[in-house]
Design a protein around this ligand. Structure first.
Ligand code: ACO
Length: 318
């Protein structure tokens, strides 16, 4: 037994920031950002915390599934950094959602949602759970150097969530990690120990964009081929592809290595930017609420991110 998706939810901050607004304080332009990434605007936290956004997404998923927090057997949150180092985001959400189950955070960077699905599948296989909430939320705006035009224009804040119930709808899943802190990293807090003699870097994302780009194109094409084959399907059988939303050019290049019709790839990067592990569940929720998915259809998910990590899976909808 694995699981089936029985509810979805998503939420984002109220404030949408356009490329033109960034061009007011950065040496950039809407033309550069849109043509290089496919991004027109992104949501950025102002008065809200990322916990508020995660709570809204989690609550929406519970309502969509027709259950309450008290019905949950497990909460997994995926994030690179919540509002606190401890308690975990999952523990705070457990309280806010009225749940009483075990709860923990998982950091798989942008691949975190698919890592969480595989972890949840293990809990279902061992019959430890009947209902699991996965909430993926990222406050990327707090982790950026807003004077660095090569990174800050690419990211946004948001949360996506799913409720999983008992079922056999996870047909295949693949995770990978290729440890490499040089390609992309965000330092942690240094503290003020008088004994610490190591450098104290600013908490800001650093990235070799072109290296990530090449890695991402290869990973997406490779992982999707693999999970579709392991699901016993052909690429033309896939009804919907939900790729990680990091750069539209990565998706458009990976498409050329696959035989899935182009109209089956879904995107929302234009209005969200890269919201890390929240990207795929947010896209899933938007498509679910728009009535795009039909029972029995096959969804292929593919993510890549810091670590470097990748994750992909095939899920039967309904
Ligand atoms: N506005 C205007 N000019 C810019 C900007 C900007 N915002 N940013 C960089 N430039 C300039 C550079 O300084 C450079 O100028 P130069 O030629 O005078 O030196 C020029 O534009 C070209 O820069 P490149 O880095 O070569 O641009 P590229 O076409 O590679 O695009 C990008 C950069 C968008 C970052 C691309 O490499 C990319 O998308 N990489 C993948 C990033 C990614 O997916 N990251 C996240 C993955 S993990 C996760 O999701 C958390």
């Amino acid at each position: 037994m694995s699981f089936k998706i029985i509810g979805t939810g998503s939420a984002h901050p109220a404030r949408s920031v356009t490329n033109d607004e960034l061009a007011v304080f950065l040496d950039t332009s809407d033309e550069w950002i849109y043509s290089r990434s496919g991004i027109k605007s992104r949501y950025i936290c102002t008065m809200e915390t990322i916990l508020d956004i995660a709570e809204q997404a989690g609550q929406a998923a519970l309502e969509n599934a027709g259950i309450t927090g008290d019905d949950l057997d497990l909460i997994i949150c995926t994030t690179v950094r919540g509002d606190y180092i401890t308690p975990s985001m999952a523990c705070v959400l457990q309280k806010r959602l009225g749940a009483h189950c075990p709860a923990f955070d998982l950091n798989g960077a942008c691949s975190g949602f698919i890592y969480a699905l595989d972890v949840a599948a293990g809990f279902f296989a061992r019959k430890r759970v009947k209902k699991v909430l996965v909430v993926s939320s990222c406050n990327m705006s707090k982790l950026l150097d807003w004077t660095d035009r090569s990174t800050c224009v690419l990211f946004g804040d948001g949360a996506g969530a799913v409720v999983l119930g008992e079922g056999d709808n996870l047909l295949s899943i693949h995770l990978s990690a290729q440890g490499d802190p040089d390609v992309m990293f965000i330092p942690n807090v240094s503290g003020n120990s008088p004994f610490n003699r190591t450098p104290k870097p600013a908490i800001a994302l650093t990235m070799h964009g072109q290296d990530v780009y090449k890695f991402a194109v290869n990973a997406m094409a490779h992982d999707l081929k693999l999970v579709i084959e392991e699901a016993g399907l052909e690429q033309k059988d896939i009804h919907h592809v939900l790729p990680h939303q990091a750069n539209i050019r990565i998706i458009n290049t990976a498409i050329k290595h696959l035989n899935i019709p182009e109209d089956r790839y879904h995107t929302n990067i234009e209005t969200h930017g890269n919201i890390s592990s929240a990207a795929i569940p947010t896209l899933m929720d938007e498509l679910n609420r728009a009535g795009v998915f039909h029972s029995g259809e096959y969804l292929a998910l593919s993510a890549f991110g810091g670590g470097l990590t990748t994750g992909a899976c095939v899920i039967r909808w309904g």
